[in-house]
Write a new protein. Structure first.
Lengths: 115, 114
């Protein structure tokens, strides 16, 4: 069974600074998708970024980028120029090659952003 | 963008009663919807996959007779928690897939069983 591990229960960052959230996963599949979701206090899950395992290039979305290390099964999220609105729970998630099907979530990292 | 709604957003019920939660895709047709459960300060756990017009596929450990799922149309899936007990109190979140594929989550339903 696939598992997703987030070893940082909570992280803090100051506005305009950069923070990296860690995620490791375990799978025997070669083709899969990885995601980072944001869950603000409203509890609405918001997709931040996704990465297809067959792509070597790291995905980027504006201030958000990932460091995907397939051999190490590592998938970290870097948030640059942090903003107060980035404060939320961040979940790393895995899906098999069909993409966006069953998601296996990590335990989450709470990101605190201070002025 | 695509929108998924859930109703109700919060429900309180007495132990032993049944509660129905609706999940609707408002501006797209969703052949597949998913139901997740999130306990306080914990992650989302997939309960079941719901396909329009067919029986839902439940994850291991999820009681299908307790959590009844009906995906009667391409825009509506319902989750009924039967004979609810306090341990069923949780946050229930649905999601739906549209073309792309892209996946959208509903805003969730907080269930409190007294």
């Amino acid at each position: 069974a696939q598992t997703v591990t987030q070893s940082q229960p909570e992280m803090s960052v100051q506005e305009a600074e950069t923070v990296t959230l860690s995620c490791t996963y375990d799978t025997s599949e070669s083709d899969y998708y990885l995601f980072w979701y944001k869950q603000p206090p409203s509890r609405q899950m918001i997709l931040v970024i996704r990465q297809e395992a067959y792509k070597q290039q790291n995905a980027t979305e504006n201030r958000f980028s990932v460091n995907f290390q397939k051999a190490a099964k590592s998938f970290s999220l870097k948030i640059s120029d942090s903003q107060l609105g980035d404060a939320a729970m961040y979940f790393c998630a895995y899906s098999q090659n069909t993409g966006f099907q069953k998601l296996v979530f990590g335990t989450g990292t709470r990101l605190l952003v201070s002025p | 963008g695509a929108v998924v709604s859930q109703h109700p957003s919060w429900v309180i019920c007495k132990s032993g009663t049944s509660v129905k939660i609706e999940c609707r895709s408002l501006d797209f047709q969703a052949t597949t919807m998913f139901w997740y459960r999130q306990f306080p300060k914990q992650s989302l756990m997939l309960m079941a996959t719901s396909n329009e017009g067919s029986k839902a596929t439940y994850e291991q450990g999820v009681e299908k007779d307790k959590f009844l799922i009906n995906h009667a149309s391409l825009t509506l899936s319902t989750l009924t928690v039967t004979s609810a007990h306090p341990e069923d109190s949780s946050f229930y979140i649905c999601s739906a897939i549209t073309t792309g594929p892209r996946k959208f989550f509903g805003p969730g339903t907080r269930l409190t069983v007294l």
